[in-house]
Design a binder for this molecule. Sequence first.
Ligand SMILES: Cc1cc2nc3c(=O)[nH]c(=O)nc-3n(C[C@H](O)[C@H](O)[C@H](O)COP(=O)(O)OP(=O)(O)OC[C@H]3O[C@@H](n4cnc5c(N)ncnc54)[C@H](O)[C@@H]3O)c2cc1C
Length: 364
Amino acid sequence: MRVAIIGAGVVGLAVADALSQHGHVVWVLEKNAQIGEETSSRNSEVVHAGLYYPADSMKARLCVEGRARLLAFCVREGVAHRTCGKLLVAAETVEMAALDALDVRARANGAEPLVPLSGVEIHRRWPELRAVAGLLSTGTAIIDSHGLMARLRQRAEAAGTHVLLRHRVQAVTRTADWNLTVTQPNGEDTGLQVDKVVNAAGLWADAVATLPGHDPLLPKQVLVKGNYFRVSGPPPADVLVYPVPSPALVGLGTHLTLDLNGNARLGPDVEPARDRHDYTVDVARLQQFLDAARRFWPNLTADRLHPAYAGIRPKLVGDGVQDFLIREGSLHGRPGWVDLLGIESPGLTASLAIGAEIAREFGR
Ligand SMILES: Cc1cc2nc3c(=O)[nH]c(=O)nc-3n(C[C@H](O)[C@H](O)[C@H](O)COP(=O)(O)OP(=O)(O)OC[C@H]3O[C@@H](n4cnc5c(N)ncnc54)[C@H](O)[C@@H]3O)c2cc1C
């Protein structure tokens, strides 16, 4: 089968790897000059354990499956990662019910069991931290997302995939094939005919979904920015530290993560994005970050925080917690066209599971 994948973020590359290993002939079309320049390089690089999402959701299923696939892939393919663990903290007694609810949800999702810790135990293990209680997720990891994407690309290319950078998909028509009009680096348009198309365009996936024509079933997407501040000096713990999440799960709460070099950062927070390029971090948000972090790290001082970077979440609008949407087009008159919509967190964790899902769908 000839397949075009629109977008070379971690999800597009994972789909390309999975399809090319199944013998499909794959083109990955990416408008930017490098792979993974958008959301895939503007996140926390956390391999989530699958604690947060409703048990019947695609996010829960693909996160748990994706984590297992991803960690095995990292070991097999030599991608840098560390299973550092993550501590969820209740800063006040009133938040303990939320910890209990997370514990129940984690079990329902088939995530690895969480270890309950008292406030005293937390303070004994990590003297700089304060909490009334916590849950330790020993299965949460951090990963080199750039190393992951580079390896997925190498594997896909070795299996015959063409990764075409600075190739923007501009227009789509349907005859017996899907006909893509693609603008090349020299500014000239060229055509590509394929049997199947995977729209893995991230923040642009809603726009790409309308290229074949008006789409009355397309859910509305909003853009929600997440800012990060770098923390200079030694981190307060060797685990990631998360507050209890907000009930609507817009974000997971401003948390402390570590990179593979042991550097700490705080974020992401939640701010409406002006557009898909709105990546500047407003230094005026520093006080909010400080207040959020001091709930579990009281001795943190403002001079240690420095604006770092931002990422943007493509959120589907609806009631309550929103799920990923993997939409196969035959259900609405577009056979062979698959939209990947609302692929926000835990999309990095779930990427290989999404790739496997599409490969199952397309067969050989
Ligand atoms: C603040 C933040 C923190 C996060 N933290 C985590 C985390 O810790 N763990 C986790 O599991 N997930 C996390 N995520 C989610 C994760 O980063 C994303 O789900 C994932 O990176 C999405 O990958 P993608 O390939 O779908 O999209 P992208 O990486 O955005 O890739 C889409 C690509 O499509 C290309 N494209 C768009 N339109 C066209 C076109 N017309 N023609 C050609 N190319 C096109 C774009 O240029 C882009 O490169 C986080 C997300 C955010 C915003």
